[in-house]
Design a protein around this ligand. Structure first.
Ligand SMILES: [Zn+2]
Length: 197
C-alpha cells in the first residue's frame, strides 16, 4: 500500500484508446444489433489493449441512435472492483450530461447496451441510474462458462427491472458476444473475481 493513497480522491482513469474512440465521429446507429456490435467491439479492443476484462458497454440516445458514452471493464488497472463496463458507461454519461439521473426531465430516453448481461452489482445499480432500456448480448451463463462470477442475481431480475420502468432485450448478437469472451479465455485467461460468492 502506498501511504499517500490513504486519503486519495477516487479517480477512474479511462484508457487513452477509449478517449480516442469517443472523440472519433460515431455515426448514429439505428438498430439494436448495430449498437451491440459497437459494445462487442469495445470488449475486443479492451482485450487487445490489455486494459481490462472482456466486457464493453455503451449508452445511446434511443431517439436518435447517437452514442452518448462508452465503457469497458477497468477493474484491474483502476484497482476498483466496481469498475465494470456498465458502471463506466453510465458514469461517463452522467458526467457528460451533468446529471446523476439519466431519466431526468429534459433528457432524451437513454439505453444501456452491454456485451454481456449485467452482474448482480450492475443490475442493482440500474434503477438508480435513470436508464430506460437495457440491451444484452451474451448471457450470465456464457460469462460463467469462462470462469467469471456474476453474483447472486434475483432470479426474476428482468421482471424486477421492468417493474422499475426499465425494459430489457436479451440475446442480441449473442454469438458474437460469446466469441469475445472465449477469445479472452484463450488469449488472456486471467479471471479476476476477488472471491466466489
Ligand atoms: Zn457488473
Amino acid at each position: 500500500m502506498n501511504p499517500q493513497n490513504v486519503t486519495a480522491d477516487i479517480l477512474l482513469q479511462l484508457p487513452s484508446w477509449l478517449k480516442r474512440f469517443m472523440a472519433e465521429e460515431q455515426t448514429p446507429l439505428h438498430t439494436a444489433e448495430e449498437r451491440m456490435q459497437l459494445a462487442i467491439r469495445l470488449a475486443q479492443l479492451n482485450i487487445e489493449h490489455r486494459t481490462g476484462g472482456p466486457f464493453g458497454a455503451a449508452v445511446f440516445n434511443m431517439e436518435t441512435g447517437e452514442l452518448v458514452s462508452a465503457g469497458v471493464n477497468l477493474v484491474i488497472p483502476s484497482n476498483c472492483s466496481m469498475a465494470h463496463a456498465e458502471m463506466i458507461a453510465i458514469s461517463s454519461a452522467q458526467q457528460k450530461l451533468e446529471n446523476f439521473d439519466l431519466g431526468a426531465a429534459g433528457l432524451p430516453h437513454l439505453e444501456l447496451v452491454s456485451s454481456t448481461e449485467p452482474c448482480a452489482m450492475c443490475v442493482g445499480a440500474l434503477p438508480w441510474s435513470g436508464i430506460r432500456h437495457l440491451v444484452c448480448g451474451a448471457r450470465h451463463e456464457d460469462a460463467r462458462a469462462i470462469g467469471f462470477d456474476e453474483g447472486p442475481k434475483h432470479p426474476r431480475w428482468v421482471e424486477e427491472l421492468k417493474h422499475r420502468g426499465i425494459s430489457v432485450d436479451s440475446d442480441i448478437c449473442r454469438s458474437g458476444a460469446i466469441e469475445v469472451l472465449q477469445y479472452y479465455s484463450k488469449h488472456e485467461g486471467f479471471i479476476y473475481n476477488a472471491r466466489q460468492g
